[in-house]
Design a protein around this ligand. Structure first.
Ligand code: ZN
Length: 233
């Protein structure tokens, strides 16, 4: 049985749910994120608040929660031209992918996460990628994850496991998973402190949390929350 995990933790709803899952499942959990000069720094700020709140509100998890790693990946901003790293409006490209797609982003993240996991002796990498509900990012697909698991395991001559708890569930189920892991306290923490909005909006508070309410990330989060609350009540 695997006992240790490294969670790719961005401070959003999905990765916070993955972190809760890891804290429930493993004995020692560390977190990692990447500063690739995201247009909106609120995401990097939010993740520290979420970590603090988890430590404060879930003492039985706090003892398992170890080091947090933030790696500088400014080079990703240099090589990509997307609405996440530049002042460009969100739009769909002719490829059928939204211009929030940063080519190779998850491949780089996983490779660097594996290097950290190797050094720290962590067995499982947990990531919130999902094939069900999103924009079809090719580096979030199940096949890509399986290929990365194999490539990293062979390339580092070390058995890595990539775990993707959200791969086949939709956003309403992600809220349900959070509720089953941490009850109302975790739902409230996710609403109040996680950040999802592409525009970095922390001014407008909705039932589902902060955000502009109209960007694709907000719409997805809002729709999922709506279906979650209407199904539980
Ligand atoms: Zn938004």
């Amino acid at each position: 049985m695997h006992k240790t995990a490294l969670v790719l933790f961005s401070g959003g709803q999905d990765s916070t749910t993955c972190l809760a899952h890891a804290l429930k499942t493993y004995e020692r959990v560390e977190t990692i994120a990447f500063d690739y000069r995201q247009r909106h720094r609120v995401e990097l700020e939010a993740r520290l608040v979420v970590l603090d709140e988890i430590r404060r509100q879930f003492p039985h998890w706090a003892s398992k929660l170890g080091e947090d790693h933030l790696l500088d990946l400014a080079v990703l901003g240099d090589v990509s031209d997307t609405s996440l790293t530049r002042e460009t409006a969100f739009k769909m490209e002719t490829s059928g992918l939204p211009n929030t797609f940063v080519p190779g982003r998850n491949l780089l993240f996983l490779t660097l996460a594996a290097a950290v996991a190797y050094r720290r002796g962590l067995e499982v990498m947990v990531t919130g990628v999902c094939e069900t509900d999103f924009s079809g990012y090719p580096d979030c697909r199940d096949d890509t994850m399986k290929a990365m698991q194999l490539a990293l395991s062979l390339g580092m001559d070390h058995r890595f496991l990539i775990e993707t708890p959200l791969m086949w569930i939709d956003k309403a189920d992600t809220w349900r998973m959070a509720e089953s892991l941490g009850g109302k306290a975790l739902i409230d923490l996710i609403i109040e402190h996680t950040h999802t909005c592409y525009l970095g909006d922390r001014q407008h508070r909705h039932a589902w949390g902060y955000g502009c309410g109209t960007c694709p990330a907000c719409e997805l989060r809002a729709r999922g929350y709506e279906r979650f609350v209407t199904s539980v009540n």
